[in-house]
Write a protein that binds this ligand. Structure first.
Ligand SMILES: [Zn+2]
Length: 424
């Protein structure tokens, strides 16, 4: 059993929007009030209030306040839980000696939404058996039409109601039993510069192209950003202020557009990564990957100019390995990072094994042995032949133990989580 997320877009009526806004406002009040109480308890009595103490207080507050009584109690506990997590975060950073930010009071516009922890308590999802579209029944709000579908249907567990821009979403966790089968091939996968990646199989190499729609959206982002800075400049000049200049309705609309486009890019990238990793697992039984840390180190050296497009896809590397890792695990396939530091895929000839350093701008691999192909193709083939040699008829797990003896054999071949770059 694994947990997955699914996000549905809500299509509330005007009256339902008013109720959703009201509930968001009450949750925001509760957050701020609970935070104030924690601060008072600490300031006056050096007492640190915990989650359960605040839940007890919530019962008293509900007895006094009609506002709080009007809302599902579990969802109010979730807001208290979030505050509790914010404090735990804070204390962890204090203990680590980091510079912590104290949990903050939130104005309504920074308060994104609220959550529920049990399906059937305050919320109920009604969809068909594939869980595509349907309605969400919310306490106090009624039946809200929703659109969206999970990649793997499952049992709804928790739900969060989120307001983004002018739109409302429900993000749910599902308990799923995914069914996934892996292919039979062995392969090596090298991250590209011109293409997203190159995959080598015993039958030959093929590129995985960069997602096509992404480029169009990125162009649109550049255009809107240019428009915005032009309008901001004009507004600064007209008002004589560099900060706090008046924002026209037209400029506000441009900000909205930019936000929507950024969301679109994130969605397109997310879809692309899911589809690509699923396709790879359905084709391969074992995939050799580069060690991303090393790849990123060399890529950030600044040898080649990276555009917006590239930086967004580079940032996807961690997510790509993570998705590939868990999909491989579900299917019983192997996606493993080969010891790139020793193997040096880009400097080694796939045909004869001869090593020669080549600068990053050299995109072609030409070896005295007669081998000649693109740099990316060569690297992918080196990864593949490493996989072939290591396996030579054995089970992947056995070969894996030999290369990384410190790695527990039951554990997934790839780490669960990785730090990725922020999107710029
Ligand atoms: Zn050679």
């Amino acid at each position: 059993m694994v947990q997955r997320k699914v996000t549905y877009r809500l299509y509330p009526t005007a009256a339902q929007v008013a109720t959703l806004e009201h509930q968001r406002w009450v949750h925001c009040l509760l957050w701020n009030e609970a935070l104030a109480e924690r601060r008072r308890a600490w300031g006056e009595r050096q007492e640190s209030l915990g989650f359960s103490a605040q839940c007890k207080r919530l019962t008293e507050w509900r007895a006094q306040s009609k506002l709080l009584r009007g809302i599902n109690v579990q969802s109010e506990q979730v807001t208290l839980k979030r505050l509790d997590l914010a404090f735990q975060h804070f204390f962890r950073r204090v203990n680590n000696g980091d510079k912590p930010g104290f949990p903050r009071f939130k104005p309504l516009h920074r308060f994104k939404g609220w959550g529920y922890k049990t399906h059937g308590d305050g919320w109920r999802l009604v969809t068909n058996e594939r869980m595509k579209h349907g309605t969400l029944r919310l306490a106090g709000v009624g039946n809200v039409p929703i659109r969206g579908k999970p990649r793997t249907p499952g049992t709804p567990k928790t739900c969060e109601i989120i307001k983004r821009g002018h739109q409302w979403y429900a993000s749910m966790t599902l308990d799923c039993e995914p069914v996934r089968e892996h292919g039979k091939k062995l392969g090596g996968l090298d991250w590209g510069v011109a293409t997203f990646a190159t995959v080598a199989t015993p039958e030959g190499t093929k590129p995985i192209d960069n997602p096509r729609h992404l480029a169009g959206t990125l162009n649109a982002i550049r255009r809107v950003q240019r428009d915005i800075s032009r309008k901001e400049e004009a507004a600064k000049k007209a008002s004589g202020k560099t900060r706090g200049f008046p924002v026209s309705n037209r400029l506000r609309r441009e900000y909205d557009r930019l936000r929507r486009l950024h969301r679109k890019v994130a969605n397109q990238r997310h879809d692309f990564l899911h589809q690509t990793t699923a396709a790879l697992i359905s084709e391969f039984a074992v995939l050799g990957l580069e060690d991303l840390n090393i790849k990123n180190m060399t890529a950030s050296g600044g040898q080649h100019k990276k555009g917006l497009n590239r930086s967004i896809l580079d940032a996807a590397g961690g997510a790509f390995h993570q998705l590939l890792g868990y999909k491989a695990e579900e299917a019983g396939a192997w996606a493993m990072e080969v010891p790139t530091r020793q193997l040096k895929p880009s400097q080694t000839c796939h045909a004869c094994g001869r090593r020669q350093k080549k600068p990053l701008r050299q995109r072609q691999h030409i070896c005295p042995c007669g081998a000649s192909c693109s740099r990316d193709e060569n690297a992918a083939r080196v990864l593949l032949s490493w996989i072939e040699q290591r396996l030579s008829g054995r089970e992947p797990a056995e070969a894996w133990r030999e290369v990384r003896p410190e790695h527990p054999s039951g554990a997934p071949a790839l780490p669960e989580k990785r730090e990725t770059h922020a999107i710029v």
